[in-house]
Structure formats: structure tokens, C-alpha cells
Design a protein around this ligand. Structure first.
Ligand code: NIG
Ligand code: FE
Length: 411
């Protein structure tokens, strides 16, 4: 099946460096072709270029993109899309003055979601989660990482990962699964951290491996959650099963966690609302992608990742949604990109690189996703007629997406 897109006003290519990510000053560069065509063969980008060089082809389908912008679909490298119910009451409690920490200390927060998840059937969790997946696909997300971490019991974690597996099987979007058993200590292990880590390593991991349910491993490395030493144990155990680490770190406090993650070759370190100069030094020349989650900062009113300082230091940045019931009940990557521009002072070019090729790197799929490159997957956003791609972050509350193509098909 061949689909030809013609008369594209601006074709945003996004180009990866040889390292398959874009860092520092290169983040300001966004290769763009004006008045372009793009040819899709089955699920692959077969060709693209200037309209004046359009070869003679006879496609089965033609899409006229006059006045429109075409760019790679978003690669959202950090979500918790699979969950049960919601946490609207905590939202209102925060408006009335309680902090995220105070709510968690009262048994709310992650433990609240874990209780709901363990009380809900696998089928019901699937039905709730697929609606969120369908929503983010319609908002231009073509690849997504989904974490477990609201089970916190052997059965609960397996249930979540099985739901993610089922989503993988039933939807064309590229999905990577991350095991986040180390998201919080269940109440019964509050005074027995070693006991819960033993459950994670000796009960959960072997079962997950048996059913091949995870691609990555995560932990919430934070004051009051998992310490550096505890997170190191989790990363080492994951490595034995071939699971590379992607770690929640530096959300509320900087406790040298990034150093431990880089030492263990984490693929990404995520959140980074609080970042020290030492953290930046450690990330330089590492293979670890720093991931910022601006919708989380927005929703729970915490600092934004200091993107300017990090880019200035030569670091890459990826942008992701963190879609979850507690700190970010939204998976809209258009809002993430706009918020990165508005609040983190990333330029539109930097933000688009961060939400496409660098997001793809942070889930290990930058060879096949995240840019308009011949041979890569045909995962594309076609906008409505707009003046330029600047309009996307500028008109932050307007849906400017006309069509989304995933694996070569309009969704
Ligand atoms: O990424 N920080 C840890 N985990 C999630 C939020 C968890 C929750 O509140 O449900 C996050 O923000
Ligand atoms: Fe998260």
C-alpha cells in the first residue's frame, strides 16, 4: 500500500546525530523542507523531498497537505497510562492547601492508586486504560512507554504488565513496558524495606521474566521513597534479567541519585525538577538521557527542569508526559511541548527535538522512530493549515492536529 502526501507546507524532518539523539546546541537545529512530498510504503517512510523533485509514482492514496505541517509523531518516553479510577479528591485537597507529600503521608498518593488497582479486575483496568491510549494517539503520540507501579503486590504488578502487553497486541502504537515495582513501599513493608525489595527481586522479577512482560526497570529514587542503595539493588537485579534502568529521580530533592543511575548505565533519568551543577557534570558525556516532565511541574506546582542550563552545558533533553492519576492526569504531548517553550524557555526547535528523536532514544527506539528518515516507521502528525510550526506551542490550548498516521495508517 502506497500513500503519497503532497504540497506539504513544512516537512519537519528532525535529524538524529550519529549517537541517535540530539544534544546541546544541536537541539536548536530542526531540518525542515518547504513545499514537500512524503511517500509511505506500507508502514515505512519510503521517500520524501521537494515537490519539484516528486518522482512519477502511482500511489493507492494521496493526501493533499497544502498549508499544513507534517512532523514525526510524538515519542512519549514516560507514562503511567495503566491505572484504575482517578485521584480527583487529592486534586481538590491540594487546591485547599495540602502538599503532594502531606497527601502521601496520609496514605493517599501512590498507595491510594495501588489500593484501587488491586481492587479492580484486569479487564476493567484494560478498558479504562485503552481509552487513555486512544486519546493520546489522537493527540499525535506514535510511541509510548508505560510503567507498572500501582500494584505493589506480585499479583497487582503482573496484572498491570499483562494489561500493557494486551495494549501492545491490540494497538499499532509502539509500546515499551517498564517494571516499576519500586514505586513506593506498601504499608505492610513501611518498616521492612529489605522485605519488600526481596519481594521485588525474588518474586516479581522472575515471574515477569517468565512471561516476558517488561523491557525496562524503574524505581522512585527520592527522599522518603527508595534510597540510592535500594535503587542500586533494583538496577542490578534488573540487569540480570536484561532490563535496563530508567529511573524517577530528583523530583523533589537532589541526593546524588543521578550519579548512581549513570554508573549503572541507566537509559534515562526522569523528572529532574531539582538539578545541581554536579548532576549536570555527571550527565555530560554519559549515554543517559535526561527526561523532563513539564506537565507534572504544572499540575502539582513544583519547579520546572532547568532546561536552559542543561542545554547550555551540552546535554540533550527529552520531553515526556508522565501521564498518571496523581501528578499528571494528561498525556497530551502538544501541551508538554508548549509548556516546555512557555515555562522552560525551550525554543520550538528544541522542544520538538526533545519530544521526538530524544524521546525515541529514551525508550531505545531511535533507530526506527522519532524522525522523518527513509526506512523509519511512518508515524506522522499532519496539522491543520497553520502559518508555521511555531503556531503549535503558541496556540497551546488549540487542537491543531488534522490527522495522525501510525504505522502508515490514518488513525
Ligand atoms: O512520576 N514520582 C513518582 N511517580 C509518579 C507519580 C505517582 C503518583 O502520584 O501516582 C510521577 O510523578
Ligand atoms: Fe512518572
Amino acid at each position: 500500500m502506497r500513500t503519497l502526501i503532497t504540497n506539504i507546507k513544512e516537512l519537519i524532518q528532525v535529524r538524529e546525530t550519529p549517537l541517535k539523539k540530539v544534544s546541546g546546541a544541536a537541539m536548536a537545529i530542526l531540518p525542515t523542507i518547504e513545499n514537500a512530498y512524503l511517500l509511505i510504503e506500507d508502514n515505512i517512510i519510503a521517500d520524501f523531498g521537494k515537490m519539484e523533485n516528486l518522482p512519477t509514482i502511482s500511489p493507492e492514496k494521496t493526501i493533499d497537505a497544502a498549508g499544513k505541517v507534517v512532523l514525526p509523531a510524538w515519542c512519549d518516553s514516560h507514562t503511567h497510562i495503566v491505572y484504575a479510577g482517578n485521584r480527583v479528591q487529592e486534586f481538590v485537597d491540594r487546591i485547599n492547601g495540602l502538599s503532594y507529600e502531606e497527601i502521601a503521608n496520609r496514605g493517599g498518593g501512590i498507595l491510594n492508586s495501588a489500593k484501587k488497582l488491586n481492587e479492580t479486575s484486569e479487564e476493567e483496568i484494560y478498558n479504562q486504560s485503552k481509552l487513555r491510549l486512544e486519546e493520546v494517539m489522537s493527540q499525535g503520540t506514535g510511541a509510548v512507554e508505560i510503567k507498572s507501579g500501582y500494584g505493589l503486590t506480585v499479583e497487582g504488578e503482573l496484572k498491570m504488565l499483562r494489561v500493557i502487553k494486551k495494549l501492545k497486541e491490540n494497538y499499532p502504537v509502539e509500546i515499551k513496558a517498564t517494571f516499576l515495582g519500586a514505586h513506593a513501599f506498601p504499608t505492610e513493608f513501611k518498616e521492612n524495606h529489605a522485605g519488600y525489595i526481596d519481594v521485588i527481586i525474588n518474586e516479581m522479577l522472575p515471574k515477569i521474566d517468565e512471561e516476558n512482560l517488561a523491557d525496562y526497570i524503574d524505581a522512585f529514587l527520592e527522599t522518603g521513597y527508595f534510597s540510592i542503595e535500594e535503587t542500586e539493588k533494583i538496577m542490578e537485579a534488573g540487569k540480570k534479567y536484561g532490563l535496563t534502568a530508567k529511573i524517577h529521580v530528583n523530583q523533589f530533592t537532589a541526593i546524588n541519585g543521578i550519579e548512581a543511575c549513570v554508573k549503572h548505565n541507566a537509559l534515562s533519568v526522569d523528572h529532574l525538577e531539582i538539578v545541581t551543577d554536579e548532576d549536570i557534570e555527571i550527565l555530560k558525556d554519559s549515554e543517559t538521557m535526561p527526561v523532563a516532565l513539564p506537565s507534572c511541574s504544572y499540575f502539582i506546582s513544583i519547579p520546572y527542569t532547568p532546561a536552559r542550563k542543561m542545554i547550555q552545558a551540552g546535554l540533550p533533553i527529552a520531553l515526556a508526559s508522565d501521564f498518571n492519576p496523581g501528578t499528571t492526569p494528561s498525556g497530551n504531548m502538544n501541551f508538554v511541548v508548549a509548556t516546555a517553550c512557555i515555562k522552560m524557555k525551550m525554543t520550538p526547535e528544541e522542544a520538538i527535538n526533545a519530544a521526538t528523536i530524544n524521546g525515541a532514544y529514551a525508550i531505545g527506539i531511535s533507530e526506527t522512530h522519532g524522525s522523518i528518515t527513509k526506512g523509519k516507521r511512518a508515524n506522522l502528525i499532519i496539522t491543520k493549515p497553520i502559518t508555521s510550526y511555531y503556531q503549535m506551542p503558541y496556540a497551546f490550548g488549540t487542537n491543531l492536529i488534522d490527522e495522525v498516521i501510525i504505522e502508515g495508517k490514518l488513525i
